[in-house]
Design a protein around this ligand. Sequence first.
Ligand code: ZN
Ligand code: ZN
Length: 1018
Amino acid sequence: MFRLLPSVPDHPALEEEILSWWEERGTFEQLRERNRGGPVWSFIDGPVTANKTLGVHTAWGRTLKDVFQRYKALRGFDQRYQNGFDCQGLWIEVGVERELGLNSKPEIEEYGLAEFARKCREKVAWSAQELIRGSKRLGQWMDWGNDYYTFSDTNISYIWRFLKLVHERGWLYRGHRSTEWCPRCGTSISAHELVGSYEERIDPSLFVRFPLIDRPGQSLTIWTTTPWTLPANVAAAVHPDEEYGLQENGEWVAIKRYPDETYVERRPGAELIGWRYAGPFDHLPAAEGIEHRVIGWDEVTMDEGTGIVHIAPGCGTEDFELSRVHDLPVVMPVDEAGRFYDRFGWLHGLSTSESTEQIVADLAERGRLVAAGEYAHRYPFCWRCNTPLIFRIADDWFISVDEVRPRLLAANATVEWTPAYFGKRMDDWLRNMGDWNISRRRYFGLPLPIFPCSCGHVAVVGSRAELDDLATAGMDQLVELHRPWIDAVEIRCPACGTEGVRRIPEIGDVWLDAGIVPFSTLGWENPEFVEGGYGTGAAKGLTGADLPDHNYWETWFPAHWVSEMREQIRLWFYSQLFMSVCLVDKAPFRSVLGYEKMLDEHGRPMHGSWGNLIPAEEAFARMGADVMRWQYCNQPPDRDLLFGYGPAHEIKRKLLTLWNSLGFLVRYANIEGFRPTFDDLASGPVAVELRPLDRWLVVRTEKMLADATAALEQELTHRLIAAFESFVDDLSNWYIRRSRRRFYDYDEAAFRTLWFALVTGLRVISPVMPFLAEHLWRNLVADVCAEAPESVFLAGWPELGEPDERLLAEISEVRRVVELGREARSTAGVKLRQPLRRVYVRGARLAQEHAQEIVEELRVDEVGFDQGPVALVRLLPNLRALGPRLGRKVPEVKAALERGEVEELGDGRIRVAGEELSADEVIRGERVEIAGWTIAYDGTLSVALDTELDPGLELRGRVYELIHTVNNMRKDAGLELTDRIVLTLPDGDELQSHEEWIKAETLASRIERGEALAITKA
Ligand SMILES: [Zn+2]
Ligand SMILES: [Zn+2]
């Protein structure tokens, strides 16, 4: 006996039950044991930042990872299942700062770096547990507890080794340049971190006068949206080839910008070069000794402003580059926190935004302001704390990319990207990216192992062991490779022997931490396998992960597959590729599945403050993990996912078709005492005579498996879902509906075929909906078949024969004929319960062998093919489409259409007057009615039903109505499906000739006569 199914599944409840059952049975461990020694499939998990609980965004990626790992496991692949956590850098620091109420770097230093590092580690440890808990609830199977943590000393040591190698190749250098800078975080931000960081913002728009020293009464007019950069002005740039003009009020501007003004003097930009002017803030000490002059610059645009550009090399990348070309002084107005230095007089201590109003007022007071307004534009913000970024000149450490760029491109060409355009984006990034800024002026992160000596030698320490060798002090207090402990370590300069050499204070870009993972977790060039050896430094006590040996790396590198969202192209996919190409000149992954963004169900980004953020816990409780997973998997990866309860509701509604089909099988199997045969799962029922419809369902199941397998091999889960959905529709709306009667009266072939199809469907959908599939496998298979594995995940991936495509095409055509026939009935207002004399079908070549099914489904006495009335549809040319293509031939085509001289070519295409017309080029007008017939037509198939009734047909129509009514009465009376009844028919009803039929259909043991229609339990 199967356990009866409730009318709808309670997802959260059955999921909790399956989770404990998996736990109790060690199902995942059994699966890993089963696949040990099998072929290897290597997946490397992109580390999730451990500073939060699980969100529905993260759950999307985790679901995809789980789906493919489960699928590969079903196919017998040995896998690692190592989960990873990103543990250091700005993300973690900013969160901890907020919790501690710290708002600036001095406050962190006052709090104490050691205590701050401990708080960061605590945060990671807490978040890791939360993420593990949420991921388990989602159904993700990973080797929890043996996770990698990027802040382990082992991970850090591997990055040191990479940096040393980069240094040996001469690619590591200290750059003095302009960079995007977050004043709150007090650090530069790397170009690849700016992806998606631009937001709309309103800035002041100022037109400012720069008086010319050698032309009294005349001035240059410049335009700026960043008033705080004006005190750092050193030059004004003009385009040498554009024409500039002097207006009557004494202001010089580009003529192209103000073509309607009158000019008293005109000169090409080239003639303005070298003119000296008074700077906007010459009275401040910082401007002392600076000679402001006009320079030429080809990049000056005539699209906005005045055509004269204010240049402040201390506040902009291009300005800084120009300072090198023209030997301009570089004035840095603000410090690390974005506040004016004391050389700026009354501006001292103000932030860039605080200074705006005062600068504007001061310029106005001194008669320098021409006009002030507002300007809306896209502006970059800090990706971690959302503070508007500024430009500063900083000394940062860079990896030069020019030499490695061609090798990166070559390596990327070996990677298979899904969707394919993601690979193109990576290519574009690789072609255009600048040198990699790897240093950050922060605290809890990868300590850059750079020790510059006063002799000029820069030592880059390549490992923890090397540090042990070189250190002369501070090793005894080095609890882990983090600040402040690492800052106290001193080494001996390997070049000159000087002792007391200290590390630079900077930490590294977090993407170094994540990029090294294919080496650090797999034991690259590690001589000896160390059990539990990965959990070093800050990771000690958090993980039992091993540090494998080089053989292991050879086995698992490169990954067969990685999967993350699109923004990772410039982040994790990039840093991994970069580090891997530097170390072994090879891409670290063979294929990548990327996906777009997640928005709410109305297409808006989810934000905590907007109230549309869905916490994962709430989603588990309200929709269930399986439904969430279905929603993620149903998403084509090249489009944004609109996630929410509305779509979840729709999924649940659709799933009812599957649920009701399962419920049907369970109900009648129990009534009829059906016991499944486990071996049927190998290739469908054997040793029982299958009817054509059963054979079709077996083939249909084979087809679904083939489509689903192909979809998974192409890494496209939405195609797997589509294959499954159409299979369930066919199974329910064709097989079960056509076979109901066989289940009322035990028909072994029908039971076995339906059980085989449903169970195979569950196996195929199990990677997407592991809970539901497991729950039903236990009910329908494991608990009733002694030889069945206890879990669907221990049963392997189904393997069936090649589907018979011809049979599938035949039935698919039969279904279309039936649908058209129903449509024709509905057009004519003839109920399905009213039998009709005949149907004529045209254009159906494949359906002819299934005439009997058409007869039954359309409730007609006979079917004829390629005869009878034709659907006459008025065809008109679509002039808008045809005109340009056929020109003067259009009238001829139109005339032929009117005469009906048309050959249908399928899919709505036709041939007329020697021309082939696509469906879009023809307008199909209303159908012409033919008396006594109702016709439906879909472009290639035409189905015509004879609607004329005779007394015999009418009588049978009434019998069908009666059976329908009585069966409803049975339901209303709460009778069991197997209960027999006594049926009372009204006196004088002339249905006697059909009494046996009525008795059979209503389970009536006898019919009595009385006043009104009634039933009683027999
Ligand atoms: Zn910031
Ligand atoms: Zn030295």
